[in-house]
Design a protein around this ligand. Structure first.
Ligand SMILES: [Zn+2]
Ligand SMILES: [Zn+2]
Length: 229
């Protein structure tokens, strides 16, 4: 439909010019706060104030995650939040290229050798997949290859346990909620995996994914999400 209808920004409805991509205009993009240090070396949780040395947050010290590192690109608010909502809840696939491009750029910034990692999306349970009709993280991951050509996409991870929404749960509650929720259903698994998701909250879901993949033989799992809520 792109070549029939001029696209507007999903946040403000304004016109999108030139190479800004579909989804968000530059104004709304710059409205979303990019995340950066000081943050936890492991989970990427941002803390306020000035810290001029590397640190690992209390939560990661108490419950060491199975992933080596997690990074989120934006705070879950403003235009980025609207774009994710448009995709997840209104099936607006026109935002996919724009969001996937941000993720691909993030992979190049946060990984030393991005090409050595296979990309994997956090899977949905088949029941959820039927309800929604698609997996937003899988769509984003597939599209990332436009900017990371030749990158392997590995799809051997399954969500075997249906879990209700986690929003009302504490960090400990979330951990037990997703325990055993993921399994590897594939004979082979890449050594290094970059796990992709749209939003990360406490990190319990991506940690459970990483745990399953490490158990199945992955040596290193890193995580990248568009936003942190
Ligand atoms: Zn806009
Ligand atoms: Zn941490």
């Amino acid at each position: 439909m792109d070549f029939v209808l001029p696209r507007g920004c999903c946040e403000c409805g304004g016109e999108i010019h030139g190479d800004a991509g579909n989804g968000l205009c530059w104004d709304c993009r710059s409205d979303s706060l990019p995340l950066g240090p000081p943050w936890c070396e492991t989970c990427g949780m941002v803390i306020a104030g000035r810290v001029d040395h590397a640190f690992v947050c209390n939560q990661c010290q108490e419950h060491r995650p199975a992933f080596t590192q997690a990074r989120s690109l934006y705070r879950y608010e403003g235009g980025v939040r609207t774009a994710i909502h448009a995709l997840k809840y209104h099936r607006d696939f026109s935002v996919v290229p724009d969001l996937a491009r941000l993720l691909a750029a993030g992979a190049k910034v946060h990984l030393d050798n991005p090409e050595t990692y296979a990309l994997a999306a956090v899977p949905l349970h088949t029941r959820k997949l039927r309800e929604r009709g698609f997996n937003q993280s899988q769509e984003l991951t597939r599209y990332m290859r436009k900017w990371l050509p030749g990158q392997e996409i590995w799809t051997g991870l399954r969500r075997v346990k249906y879990t209700e929404t986690q929003t009302h749960l504490t960090a400990a509650g979330r951990r037990s909620n997703v325990r055993g929720a993921f399994q590897v259903k594939s004979k082979s698994i890449p050594d290094k995996i970059l796990l992709i998701d749209d939003v990360m909250t406490t990190g319990s879901t991506v940690d459970a994914c990483a745990r399953a993949m490490k158990k199945a033989g992955a040596k290193e799992v890193r995580v990248m999400t568009l936003a942190r809520g």
